[in-house]
Ligand binder design. Structure first.
Ligand SMILES: [Zn+2]
Length: 294
């Protein structure tokens, strides 16, 4: 009988060996092909990387998104304070629109009283009064920017116009006093009918550059026509009532004799109310007008 015979088993072994060899050969061929493909894929990817490296995709210009004025005046930057402080029972006397002969008189009073204050100067006036600019700094007060021309219709025309004007006073203060100013006050305050169209953009750009602006929460009313010594004093007292921290608006332009005349009494009033006097530095928490409802 063939099945179960010794011959049958011999043949079976031979067939099995042939099948085994065939199977091994086929699987070796398959593996080689797969491996080859895989290698091809890897080398393709590698060459793509090399290509990408040698031909970097050019950055597309962000049409309409490039803000050119950010690139202007590369030296005009300040360092924003990391932390701001709010000191209660403090008054910050601020004088805008100088320097002028009135500034000298105000500096004398402040010296006598040993009080430090803040002067937001107009560059156009400062050019004529460089000694007073130096005196402000030498006597320990803060010098800030109140633009160069103070002409609302031109400075608020655009962000570019504002920067163009601002840098003139920035440069002037640095040249004359060696101080790089860090704070400023907008003519008419940060939000007024002239700045209405661009104030958010101007504020954003000035903040990006590290400058801090200060509006006021109390006013001497010395900017109105026919202001007198007593009207200045009364406005100061009325607008200060109930406030714990005051940034007082005053002016030291040439015509403000009433302000100079009222100043000793104003100082006396604040002292009697228990206030301390400080100059503004950029770590003083700003007083700023609300955006809302304008
Ligand atoms: Zn002003």
């Amino acid at each position: 009988m063939y099945f179960g015979s010794v011959r049958f088993f011999r043949h079976l072994i031979v067939v099995l060996v042939i099948l085994l060899i065939f199977g091994l050969t086929v699987s070796t061929i398959c593996l080689t092909v797969i491996n080859g493909n895989y290698k091809d894929q890897i080398s393709e990817m590698q060459s793509e990387v090399v290509l990408a490296q040698s031909n970097p995709v050019e950055e597309k210009p962000q049409n309409g998104l490039t803000i050119e004025y950010q690139e202007g005046y590369p030296d005009m930057y300040a360092k924003l304070a990391e932390k701001t402080k709010t000191v209660p029972k403090t008054v910050y006397l601020t004088f805008d629109d100088g320097p002028s002969a009135r500034t000298a008189e105000i500096l004398d009073i402040l010296k006598q009283e040993n009080i430090k204050a803040t002067f937001f100067i107009i560059g156009r006036e400062g050019v004529r009064e460089k000694d007073l600019m130096k005196r402000i700094v030498e006597e320990g007060h803060t010098i800030g920017i109140h633009t160069y021309s103070h002409v609302y219709s031109s400075i608020y025309q655009s962000v570019e116009s504002f920067l163009d004007d601002f840098h003139q006073t920035y440069d002037l203060i640095y040249e004359v006093t060696g101080v790089k100013p860090e704070i400023f006050r907008f003519p008419g305050g940060s939000i007024n009918k002239y700045s209405a169209q661009y104030y958010e953009e101007i504020i954003a750009e000035m903040t990006r550059r590290g400058f801090t602006y200060y509006d006021w929460n109390s006013s001497s009313g010395d900017a109105i026509a026919h202001a007198t010594q007593s009207s200045v004093y009364n406005s100061t007292v009325q607008s200060s009532a109930g406030k714990d921290r005051i940034i007082l608006l005053m002016h030291d332009s040439i015509g403000k004799s009433c302000t100079v005349a009222a100043l000793p009494k104003i100082i006396e009033y604040y002292k009697a109310e228990g206030f301390q006097f400080e100059r503004i530095t950029n770590d003083v928490a700003p007083v700023a007008f609300n955006y809302i409802n304008y």
